[in-house]
Write a protein that binds this ligand. Structure first.
Ligand SMILES: CC(C)(COP(=O)(O)OP(=O)(O)OC[C@H]1O[C@@H](n2cnc3c(N)ncnc32)[C@H](O)[C@@H]1OP(=O)(O)O)[C@@H](O)C(=O)NCCC(=O)NCCS
Length: 215
């Protein structure tokens, strides 16, 4: 256990045995924080795009919020977004592209998870210049039973501390513009909104230098 949130909730390191849980939680929060199960025809693609590669490529910053009833959330980070994206391009996407068919570029024909299939074949790994001061990025998603208990606040503080100890000067996260609850959360914990034209919304925060943390 890394952090004890109380009430049976705790933070621990994610392992390869958590891939199914990472995919499930990603799906259950994948529609701007709400359950995307009804929208997707392949329940695995969201996790293969947005959560599992963190455990594989940057396992020291991949964590599960666990509970007596099982995994109830995740906290994922990448210290250097540009380097992480380069690893995605060389070590993660080629296999995904072999396994998933490209639905083509005409989005009027897309159904179910075709948008995700398209993204797998046409990824955008460029880091917007507006985010240059925030080289790290993260993801946090909690299932409903873990929300509004202060877990998000403590988990993000922990991730920020870990990143600062590794010398990171800032962190950003991507947020769907319609996810009002998440935007309120990030603002409450000191993030500012960074607008990037033609992209989702980002929230970002500068990190102060902190002493190195072992483990
Ligand atoms: C967004 C999320 C990570 C926040 O974590 P959390 O543990 O629920 O938030 P906390 O309890 O730590 O809240 C910290 C502060 O954020 C604000 N906040 C959090 N959730 C909020 C909500 N739904 N509405 C308004 N303010 C909220 C409050 O100011 C809160 O402080 P308070 O409890 O003293 O009022 C979590 O609710 C979640 O995973 N939601 C669904 C998935 C999602 O949207 N993830 C983010 C994708 S970018």
């Amino acid at each position: 256990m890394i952090l004890d949130f109380g009430g049976g909730f705790f933070l621990r390191r994610a392992t390869a045995a958590d891939h199914q849980a990472l995919a499930m939680i990603c799906l259950k929060t994948g529609d701007a924080g709400k359950d995307a199960s009804g929208r997707e025809d392949d329940p695995d693609l969201l996790g293969l795009l947005y959560t599992i590669p963190y455990q594989v490529l940057e396992p020291e910053l991949a964590f599960i919020v666990d509970s007596p009833a099982g995994a109830a959330g995740y906290l994922l980070g990448a210290a250097e977004t540009a380097a992480f994206n380069a690893s995605l391009a060389s070590d993660w996407y080629p296999d995904l592209q072999r396994r998933v068919a490209d639905p083509g570029s005409d989005s009027s024909h897309w159904r179910g998870s075709d948008w995700a299939r398209h993204r797998i074949h046409h990824p955008d790994f460029a880091v917007p210049p507006a985010l240059a001061a925030y080289p790290s990025h993260g993801h946090i998603d909690l299932l409903p039973q873990a929300r509004r208990k202060g877990i998000g606040r403590r988990a993000m503080a922990f991730l920020e501390e870990r990143l600062a100890a590794r010398g990171s000067t800032g962190i950003h996260l991507e947020v769907m513009p319609e996810n009002d609850d998440a935007l309120r959360f990030y603002k409450a914990i000191g993030f500012e909104v960074v607008q990037v034209p033609k992209r989702c919304l980002y929230v970002a925060k500068r990190l102060a230098h902190a002493p190195a943390i072992a483990g």
